[in-house]
Design a protein around this ligand. Structure first.
Ligand SMILES: C[S@@+](CC[C@H](N)C(=O)[O-])C[C@H]1O[C@@H](n2cnc3c(N)ncnc32)[C@H](O)[C@@H]1O
Length: 826
């Protein structure tokens, strides 16, 4: 085989460099244009604030209702105020004026509007109050002379109104030009298309195309696809290269026909899409779609695709070949039903090759197929050379893969490079076979057994219930494929649900420890010059904070598996670190927590109290010294929290503690019959876990002197029910039995997922208006519609407002996680 790599095809690195260069140039152009705008603004500002009053015209521009509706203009686009310098083209020529107006109202189509002007209505203070004009008299602006006249009229109007006006002003109305050419009609496939957002289901699909002339300009083609597919709300991962296109996508089912018509209208796809579009026969409901991606253990379920990613690559399937073959000549593309029949009759006498990688063939394959046993597609050639070397060139050879694309390359290689004359590939691959059998021969037993590995977040689509794979950890049967959760490894593996749980989604003990130690950020170079890449500021902040002790990840993970419905309630890393730090700063390390749940925050508070103990040397009891009392009403949460706190008290916050917590994962957590559990952490911090029917009643009874041996606390963390926050705080402020003077009350969730902002705007909001939803994400909009969430947001806002005015305390609201209010008792 020739070793000279084709110079015609740029490498992926070159493509990336080209793209970076384009991005750099775009950035530079944008910077230049921003600079120009800034300079111009600065210039106008200087004029505005100078004593010169004349050199600038203030122009109020309004767009007529018809254009507003037609162009769907919003806010600033409908109406605005523009300043024109007295020397500018805008006040001298029609072209200049139209240019400036178009620059300001970008949505206006050039040539589609006409202009008229009138004198502004002036308020006593000189402001132009509305877009109305004096007596609503308007004149048309149709020529350069009209423009000059208009601004002269503005000058004389100013002369007559110098007592109220600061500078010459005029109102310009933008109207639809009835003679303008109508906007081009939308393409036929978009006409009468339903709203994709209203589709209750999403359909997964895939396709590929090797157009005979190739793709002339992959970058332009990628842009064309991005633009053409935008209206469908399609998601997916699409590779475009000179050799063709390879797409794995999801499309709302109600616009599937429109989407297919759109693809048909694109020349590079159209008739060249081999076997059309491979459509998964069973659409997913939106809920199913939202969780169809295989989550790493402990990770949140995710959709199979998160966006529409059209990427330009050197090849659509990396083959590692030194030269490109003729992809049009790749054997016979056998329709699925014919394939089914052939295999049914002759499978024992065929050379039937599974042209996929080992992790794919291990979880599902056609009966009697020979896996190529590769880790990478580019290893296929050596295997084929070896396997087929002794066969006569007219031997019938059958090959299949997931969607058919790899078999095009295998077919081309086997026929063109190896001289075989009788290569047959399964048209549309396993995906098309599955669909065709379900649709056209539903009573036939599939000859493919097990799971079809797919290249979207689902990672697998079961075709029969057979579990052909072997768990890499325990050797048991399974068809589950996942990627190791340690980002530095990310190995693709077959692992059963149980082992995935106990190994935290990692492939080995080493990766599991790496993950638990929280060092799974990607290190891109040698340690001495290590560069860690941070996803966002939050990531950067935690990367520059002291590492979080190992146990917390385990508690998080345990909580997710033991009480999944409440796992969102735990404090989490950033808030947990803050609680530990605040406790470390208290005088005695005495903390009362209301709302233990599974003990995450309790252990943060204990950790902080332990730091105080190291300085004061005190041993904590109910009467004095570092002491954490925590209250919970839910029995299951109380049991889990007790197990967590016991593990930490006995084994500490690091590896040994984490191992101890791991050990009862999945196993039944012991039931605690007594309502109080007392422990000692590091021989110094007294800990009391208490099951109560109502934390508020318990705190009020402490405030009323019911527990004489219990001394006051330095910090109270309020994280139980959210509807009686003022009562909790009141109990702490009533006297000094619960909270010491100078002590802190920390209240969680005071920003209530951001909804307090709405509550404050509407004073109390009872129904969400459409306008409000305009610029918010879907989750927030959903919350707004949720009555309970709105009610709680009102309560939370009233709480914040009341505390901010309470003279007995000083408050700091910190926007960490869901908002923490730190309240100091004066
Ligand atoms: C938000 S969770 C606490 C989370 C915990 N502080 C953490 O960061 O991991 C609230 C907990 O308070 C408990 N709870 C709610 N109302 C309560 C009440 N009136 N008395 C005692 N516990 C209550 C719930 O059962 C729940 O476990």
């Amino acid at each position: 085989m020739s070793t000279q790599i084709s110079n015609l095809i740029p490498s992926n690195q070159e493509l990336v460099q080209q793209r970076l260069q384009v991005a750099r140039e775009k950035r530079a152009a944008r910077t230049r244009s921003i600079q120009q705008i800034q300079e111009r603004n600065m210039h106008l500002k200087n004029i505005l604030h100078s004593n010169q009053t004349v050199p600038m015209y203030a122009v109020k521009v309004t767009v007529c209702d018809e254009l507003r509706d037609e162009l769907k203009l919003s806010g600033r686009e409908k109406r605005g105020r523009v300043f024109f310098e007295s020397q500018s083209d805008a006040v001298r020529s029609l072209k200049g004026l139209r240019f400036e107006l178009h620059a300001f109202f970008r949505a206006l189509r050039k040539g589609s509007f006409m202009l008229s002007a009138g004198y502004p209505l002036v308020e006593e203070d000189g402001t132009i109050s509305s877009s109305k004009t004096v007596d609503d008299v308007l004149w048309k602006i149709e020529s350069d002379q009209d423009v000059i006249d208009t601004f002269q009229k503005a000058d004389s109007f100013f002369q007559d109104n110098t007592s109220t006006l600061k500078r010459p002003s005029i109102v310009i109305k933008v109207q639809k030009d009835p003679n303008a050419a109508p906007p081009p009609p939308p393409p036929a496939y978009l006409q009468n298309m339903p709203d994709p957002a209203s589709s209750p289901t999403i359909t997964m699909l895939s396709f590929y195309s090797f157009p005979p002339g190739g793709v002339a300009n992959p970058e332009d083609f990628a842009n064309l696809l991005r633009k053409a597919w935008k209206p469908f709300q399609a998601l997916g991962r699409i590779y475009v290269a000179r050799e063709g296109i390879n797409a794995q996508m999801s499309v709302p089912t109600n616009v599937l026909d429109n989407f297919m018509a759109c693809c048909q209208s694109i020349p590079e796809l159209g008739s060249y899409m081999e076997n059309g579009i491979n459509i998964d026969p069973i659409p997913l409901t939106r809920d199913e779609f939202a969780t169809a991606g295989t989550p790493a253990a402990g990770g949140e379920p995710a959709p199979p695709f998160m966006g529409l990613h059209v990427r330009v690559r050197r090849q659509i399937v990396a083959d590692g070949l030194d030269e490109s073959l003729d992809w049009q000549s790749a054997g016979y593309d056998m329709p699925p039903l014919e394939w089914h029949q052939k295999l049914k009759e002759e499978k024992d006498n065929l050379v039937l090759l599974d042209c996929r990688n080992t992790y794919e063939t291990d979880v599902g394959r056609f009966e009697g197929a020979e896996p190529l046993g590769t880790e990478n597609f580019r290893d296929s050639w050596a295997v084929l050379e070896d396997r087929l070397k002794d066969l006569p060139k007219d031997t019938p050879i059958y090959g299949y893969c997931t969607g058919g694309i790899r078999c095009v390359k295998v077919g081309a290689y086997v026929t063109q490079k190896m001289g075989f004359k009788n290569f047959t590939r399964l048209a549309g691959g396993i995906v098309a076979y599955d669909r065709t059998l379900q649709e056209e021969a539903p009573t036939e037993e599939p000859l493919f057994k097990g799971t079809n590995f797919v290249f979207d977040g689902r990672l697998g689509r079961p075709i029969t219930e057979d579990s052909l794979g072997t768990c890499l950890t325990c050797g048991g049967e399974t068809s589950l494929v996942s990627n190791c959760r340690n980002e530095n490894c990310h190995k693709r593996m077959i692992q059963c649900e149980n082992c995935r749980t106990s190994f935290l989604g990692t492939c080995s003990d080493a990766c599991r420890h790496r993950l638990v130690r929280g060092t799974s950020v990607s290190i891109t170079s040698r340690p001495e010059e290590s560069k860690v890449s941070f996803k966002n500021l939050e990531d950067y902040s935690s990367g520059h904070s002291s590492p979080t002790p190992t146990v917390y990840k385990e508690i998080e993970f345990n909580t997710k598996s033991l009480i999944p419905s409440g796992s969102h309630m735990i404090s989490g890393d950033a808030q947990g670190r803050l609680l530990a730090q605040l406790t470390s700063m208290t005088r005695e390390g005495r903390v009362l927590e209301l709302g233990t749940f599974t003990g995450y925050s309790t252990i943060c508070l204990i950790e902080g109290a332990g730091n105080v103990a190291k300085i004061t040397g005190q041993k904590g009891t109910r009467e004095s010294g570092p002491f954490v009392l925590t209250m919970e009403r839910d029995s299951k949460a109380f049991n889990v929290a007790t197990a967590h706190v016991k593990a930490v008290a006995e084994h500490g916050l690091f590896e040994a503690g984490a191992e101890a917590i791991c050990s009862f994962r999945g196993a039944d957590v012991p039931s605690i019959t007594s309502s109080t559990v007392s422990l000692l952490y590091e021989e110094s911090v007294g800990v009391e876990l208490r099951r109560v029917s109502d934390a508020l009643a318990a705190v009020e009874s402490i405030a009323n002197g019911a527990e004489e041996d219990l001394s006051a606390f330095d910090l109270v963390f309020v994280d139980a029910d959210k509807t009686r926050l003022l009562d909790y705080v009141e109990a702490c402020l009533l006297n000094d039995r619960v909270l010491k003077k100078g002590g802190l009350i920390v209240v969680d969730n005071v920003l209530w997922k951001g909804l307090v902002l709405d509550a404050s705007r509407h004073d109390s909001f009872s129904s969400a208006s459409d306008d409000d939803d305009e610029d918010s994400d879907e989750e927030t909009a959903e919350l707004r519609r949720n009555r309970r969430a709105r009610k709680l947001a009102n309560k939370m806002h009233r709480f914040n407002a009341a505390i901010a005015q309470d003279k007995r305390v000083e408050v700091l609201v910190i926007p960490v996680r869901d908002g923490l209010s730190v309240i100091r008792k004066k």
